[in-house]
Each structure stands twice: as C-alpha cells, then as structure tokens.
Unconditional design. Structure first.
Length: 183
C-alpha cells in the first residue's frame, strides 16, 4: 500500500507542515518522514492520530488510488458504440464493480435482434424518449423519469419505440472485475 504518499499528498494539499503533524501527534519528524516515503509502516493507532491531525477519516488514508473519487468531465467522456445498431454509449464513471453510462437509442433501434444475457445487475433510468424493455416473460413501456432494474443473467432487450432519440442512463454492477457489458 502507498499510505505514506497518501499522507504526504493530503498534508501538502492542506498546507500542513510535518512539524505541525508531529506537534499534534507526538511523533518525531524523522519517523513522519519515513512514513511519508513508505520506508516504515505505522500502526493503526498511529494512523488514527495522523488522520485526526489531517482531519480526514482513517479509511481515506487506506484507499488505493483507483478507489478514490473518479471524475469524468462531460467533454472527456469515453464514447463507444454497441450492438448491431451501433448505439452511442457515453461512459460516465466507474468503480471496480459498477459502471455508469448514457446510451443513445435512435428511433426503432434496440440493443440487438434478440434478447441477450450477461453477468451482473442493471439499473436503468429513462432520461428522454419512449422505450420498450423485456426480460424473460416480463415486458413494459417506459417514458422519461421511469426506471427499472434486473439481473442481467436473464435474457433481456431494450428498444426505442418512440419517434425521437431516447436516452437511458444505466448503472451495471458486477462482482468480478471483468469488462462490464451494457444493456
């Protein structure tokens, strides 16, 4: 783990000196320097004192870089296509197990000719348009503001049945780190 680097980044961002941390925690400057350069591993009790001095939760010091806030600006989104209708997919943000995206479905387009299945769970929110969704024997029509969810291991299909382009925000959860499929 890179706890020392996390401590240094937080300390510098908050304009706190090593001396100030040491004064508040009772630790020596040499020890703090070794912690920040990852040359020594502090105990949990010591980390609690450092976290208190930095005014951050202890858990925040233990986060890996990929577990911290992930920011994706609108103009920096990854845009891909999916399915036989080449649906436009804007990837909003993701964690190890959850991916969120906005899928654009032109009138008459769908996620495929036949229902498909994959690992994971999905939550859909219709942002714009009129869509039809089916999973197994269940089917319904949805309009702006409606939402639905399902276990994606059962074959499912989403189709735009309206006259305008539909937008659906989708969150896909998977327990594994494999690529997260879409609708």
């Amino acid at each position: 783990m890179d706890i020392g680097s996390n401590i240094r980044l937080i300390r510098k961002r908050k304009n706190i000196t090593i001396a100030q941390i040491c004064e508040e925690t009772g630790l020596s400057q040499g020890f703090m320097s070794q912690v920040e350069t990852n040359k020594t591993s502090p105990s949990i009790a010591t980390l609690e004192n450092i976290a208190r001095a930095l005014k951050v939760p202890l858990a925040y010091l233990l986060l890996k870089k990929e577990e911290r806030m992930n920011i994706v600006r609108k103009d920096e989104r990854l845009v891909t296509t999916s399915g036989s209708d080449k649906l436009k997919v804007e990837h909003l943000s993701s964690t190890k197990n959850v991916r969120t995206m906005i899928v654009e479905l032109p009138p008459g387009s769908s996620t495929g000719d036949t229902p498909h299945a994959h690992e994971g769970e999905e939550v859909h929110i219709v942002i714009k348009g009129l869509i039809y969704a089916e999973q197994g024997e269940d089917a319904a029509e949805f309009q702006e503001g409606d939402s639905f969810s399902w276990n994606a291991c059962t074959p499912h299909l989403v189709k735009n049945i309206g006259t305008e382009t539909a937008l659906i925000m989708i969150a896909v959860y998977r327990e594994s780190e494999q690529d997260l499929g879409i609708i």
